[in-house]
Write a protein that binds this ligand. Structure first.
Ligand code: PGA
Length: 258
């Protein structure tokens, strides 16, 4: 049985004091909720404060990115060792904003994934098609290529520590989410790719999150689907109320039928 996971990607929002206020409100709202993994991914500058704020709570920390080297002359970059040191357990890799604005390729993502795993971080690896690709019926082809190349060369043990986030680019920050059917179809396909590359046991272990305009009012129908194991939430994670509602919904679903 896969535990549902709700991760908040705060992107380039929140100063340290704003982040503290947000996480404290989230903490109060989820303190009685168990059985759901909760992750917040604040900007780097707030990680230290967040790591203190979430001590002795069930909230885990994630970074939004890292560089693919342990240390060195890479001005402006952050290493896996540094994010591990500051208290992160997760790291988002290959987000479509990184792939789009910062020209990250599958190869670059793959290097980051491998190094993150060396530091016992759990990578949340994002894959997903653009609107143009969907309209050209290339969704599966794009998702398969990103899956194969971003996760290239991983052992079974390493794959068991991966979380995949299917995020159709056209649904991110647009208010236009994939329908539960559209998302489930791709999630099922991704799970089959895991069976083909590894085996059924691994495919049953790996969590596949959906991301793209997840809100309290659409998250329930999405997470009811058999292959959707939680959500990577952007906009709705910036407000405690909506993020808590999404987590509460995940709890209700996992108590009832998952
Ligand atoms: P959104 O972002 O929920 O604002 O669409 C999701 C993401 O980018 O991970």
């Amino acid at each position: 049985m896969r535990k549902l996971l709700i991760a908040g990607n705060w992107k380039m929002y929140k100063t340290i004091s704003e982040a503290i206020t947000l996480v404290n409100t989230i903490k109060a709202g989820v303190h009685s909720i168990n059985g759901v993994d909760i992750v917040v991914c604040p900007p780097f500058t707030a990680l230290d404060a967040m790591s203190k704020s979430v001590e002795r709570t069930s909230i885990e920390l994630g970074a939004q990115n890292m560089y693919s080297a342990t240390e060195g002359a890479y001005t402006g970059e952050i290493s896996p060792q540094m994010i591990k040191d500051i208290g992160c357990r997760y790291v988002i890799l290959g987000h479509s904003e990184r792939r789009g604005y910062f020209k990250e390729t599958d190869d670059m993502v793959n290097k980051k994934v491998c190094l993150a795993l060396d530091y016992n971080l759990n990578p949340i690896v994002c894959i997903g098609e653009t609107l143009e690709q969907r309209e050209q019926s290339k969704t599966k082809e794009v998702v398969r290529t990103q899956f194969e190349n971003s996760l290239k060369g991983l052992t079974v043990d390493q794959m068991n520590n991966i979380i995949i986030a299917y995020e159709p680019v056209w649904a991110i920050g647009t208010g236009k989410n994939a329908t539960p059917q559209q998302a489930e179809e791709v999630h099922k396909y991704i799970r089959q790719l895991i069976v083909n590359t590894y085996d059924r046991t691994v495919s049953e272990n790996v969590r596949i999150l959906y991301g793209g305009s997840v809100k309290p009012d659409n998250c329930g129908d999405l997470m009811q689907k058999g292959n959707i194991d939680g959500a990577l939430v952007g906009g709705a994670s910036l407000k405690a109320e909506s993020f808590i509602q999404i987590i509460a919904k995940a709890k209700e679903i996992s108590d009832n039928n998952k």
